[in-house]
Design a protein around this ligand. Structure first.
Ligand SMILES: *[C@@H]1O[C@H](CO)[C@@H](O)[C@H](O)[C@H]1NC(C)=O
Ligand SMILES: *[C@@H]1O[C@H](CO)[C@@H](O)[C@H](O)[C@H]1NC(C)=O
Ligand SMILES: *[C@@H]1O[C@H](CO)[C@@H](O)[C@H](O)[C@H]1NC(C)=O
Ligand SMILES: *[C@@H]1O[C@H](CO)[C@@H](O)[C@H](O)[C@H]1NC(C)=O
Ligand SMILES: *[C@@H]1O[C@H](CO)[C@@H](O)[C@H](O)[C@H]1NC(C)=O
Ligand SMILES: *[C@@H]1O[C@H](CO)[C@@H](O)[C@H](O)[C@H]1NC(C)=O
Ligand SMILES: *[C@@H]1O[C@H](CO)[C@@H](O)[C@H](O)[C@H]1NC(C)=O
Length: 505
């Protein structure tokens, strides 16, 4: 049982309790959930004035005192507990001198962010509050802070030196910040222990050189849904430990040959939903460790020969929705370890001989929603592990006889929603004639009964294939919405309890 989800247990107590009328009250429900730390779940508070003293109403678990409290968790707005915490009153740290975790869940009306005497605080989370500005003194004493998450607040500004003292910081999340914070360089300077940065859904627009200079330990950098337009040469240079870089949903147009310079360890690069139209500068050449490259929804009608030939460790590439019209022979030749190729939603009409040749580990290839008319055996040479071939929703009406025999390990051939009436499809020799007439075959489950050649796909998107075969890759993405996920869980639990409670009555 975790810290937050144990909160629900006390819903009854809460419903029954009467609330004190004193103006600056602070009342906790104390809990020692499972093996977790002794915690205060704030159930009543009205802290609005830093000069008025607080009256603490303590009802500790036997044997415990305020000195044992390690975490402070505020309630969720959904329950309308009478908790108002406009500021972090000095007396809170005096009362609970050993607090290490502060989780301020949405809606407590926090207006001023100043953690005061926070020397022992390790983790601080705040979502959806009324904080207007984060000043240089906000975290001034928080020398032991390792993790900060700040999101969906009304903050108008964050001062350049606000994080300056946090030399132990390992993880920093700032999401949905309603105005631009342009001094990222100053903000991050000196944070030499930072390993994870999540700056999603902000209005960030310019990378400045040297911005990440101090971050030698950075492993994850995620800045999705911002307004970046270019990646200047060398901006990531020095991030020698960066493993994941996610710049999905920006407005990046072109890349230059040094955009990704210095990222020797980069494993995953996501540039989906940008405006990249020219790869002729070979921007990916420095990324010799890359295993996963995703460029979904960009626009480059041809894949320039050799543009990713230095990325010889690639396991998965996606060039879906990129307006690709043509696949050059040899483009995949140096990618012996490739396992997944996705070319969905393009405008490819034909595949040249040797387009996909000698890829001994290729298991999945997908051309969903292109305009391919004919499949020739000589386009697919030596794909000994191919497991899944998706050519659904094309213009296919001709498949070279025995085409499928190229692939000794093929399990699924999906050619639904094609023209699929050509005699070649029917004339395939046994045992394949029947399934070709149905345009779909899955060896694992036997012959399908799908009769219609324009049946909608249910099962074969690349993303699903990837997630079923490549769990490690997908789990590297951590979300900023954990708080909301947990809230949802708690809500469901409370609903169940209320139902039980009503039955009891
Ligand atoms: C908090 O205190 C103010 C002023 O002391 C009062 O007007 C308000 O009703 C109180 N709110 C709660 C929830 O007790
Ligand atoms: C805060 O409390 C002090 C001392 O009681 C009082 O003088 C002051 O007016 C209060 N401030 C507000 C904004 O209520
Ligand atoms: C900071 O953390 C270190 C290591 O966890 C600990 O030894 C030290 O006492 C902490 N400092 C304070 C002020 O709590
Ligand atoms: C970002 O760069 C563009 C073009 O160089 C410039 O016009 C704009 O003012 C910059 N924005 C910020 C916030 O520095
Ligand atoms: C293919 O995959 C196997 C097993 O995962 C691996 O040992 C081998 O090195 C891979 N081959 C290439 C050329 O990457
Ligand atoms: C097929 O791909 C085109 C882009 O080439 C896209 O506009 C269209 O929405 C896709 N259709 C489907 C059904 O996915
Ligand atoms: C297949 O598509 C055609 C034309 O869009 C339509 O007339 C026909 O009813 C569809 N067949 C089935 C079984 O849905």
């Amino acid at each position: 049982m975790n810290l937050r989800s144990s909160f629900f247990i006390f819903i009854f107590l809460l419903k029954l309790s009467t609330f004190s009328q004193a103006s600056q009250v602070f009342k906790c429900l104390y809990q020692n959930p499972g093996e977790y730390v002794y915690s205060c779940y704030l159930i009543e508070a009205n802290i609005t004035n830093s000069s008025e003293p607080i009256e603490f109403i303590n009802d500790h678990i036997e044997g415990k005192t305020s000195k044992d409290v390690k975490s402070l968790v505020t309630p969720l707005e959904e329950f309308s507990f009478p908790v108002k915490l406009e500021l972090i009153h000095e007396q809170i740290f005096e009362e609970f001198p050993n607090i290490e975790f502060l989780y301020f869940t949405p809606g407590i009306g926090m207006k001023t962010l100043n953690l005061g005497n926070c020397a022992k605080i390790k983790e601080f989370e705040i979502y959806k509050n009324e904080i207007k500005e984060i000043l240089n003194n906000a975290f001034i004493n928080c020398k032991n802070m390792t993790k900060i998450s700040h999101g969906y607040c009304n903050s108008g500004s964050i001062e350049a030196g606000a994080l300056r003292h946090l030399t132990k910081l390992e993880e920093l999340t700032i999401t949905s910040f309603p105005t631009t914070f342009n001094h990222i360089k100053e903000l991050l300077s000196g944070l030499t222990n930072l390993q994870k940065i999540y700056f999603d859904n902000n209005l960030l627009e310019n990378f400045t050189t040297g911005i990440f200079n101090d971050l030698k330990k950075l492993e994850n950098l995620r800045m999705t849904n911002n307004k970046f337009t270019t990646i200047p040469a060398g901006v990531f240079d020095g991030l020698e430990n960066l493993i994941n870089l996610d710049l999905k949903s920006n407005q990046i147009t072109n890349l230059n040959q040094d955009s990704f310079k210095g990222l020797f360890k980069l494993d995953t690069l996501n540039l989906d939903f940008n405006y990249i139209s020219d790869l002729s500068s070979f921007p990916f050449n420095p990324l010799t460790s890359l295993t996963d490259l995703s460029l979904i929804k960009n626009s480059f009608p041809t894949l320039p020969t050799g543009f990713f030939e230095k990325n010889t460790k690639l396991l998965s590439v996606s060039f879906s929705s990129c307006d690709i019209k043509e696949i050059n022979t040899g483009i995949f030749d140096s990618h012996l370890s490739l396992s997944v190729i996705s070319l969905n939603n393009n405008q490819i009409t034909s595949l040249p001989p040797d387009a996909f040749k000698n890829l001994p580990n290729l298991t999945f290839i997908s051309f969903y929603n292109n305009s391919i008319k004919r499949l020739n055996s000589n386009s697919f040479v030596n794909l000994i592990k191919l497991d899944w071939f998706n050519i659904e929703f094309n213009q296919l009406d001709e498949i070279e006889p025995n085409f499928i025999r190229n692939f000794p390990k093929l399990r699924v051939f999906d050619a639904r929603r094609n023209i699929c009436t050509d005699k070649y499809l029917y004339d395939m020799s046994e045992p394949y004639d029947q399934w070709f007439s149905e345009c779909y075959y899955n060896w694992e489950y036997g012959r399908t009964t799908i009769k219609s050649s324009n049946e909608t796909s249910t099962s074969t998107t690349t993303e699903e294939y990837k997630s079923s075969t490549n769990n490690e890759q997908t789990s590297t993405v951590t979300t900023t919405t954990t708080v909301h996920g947990e809230i949802l869980k708690i809500k469901v639990e409370i609903l169940i309890l209320l139902i039980i409670f009503l039955n009891f009555l």
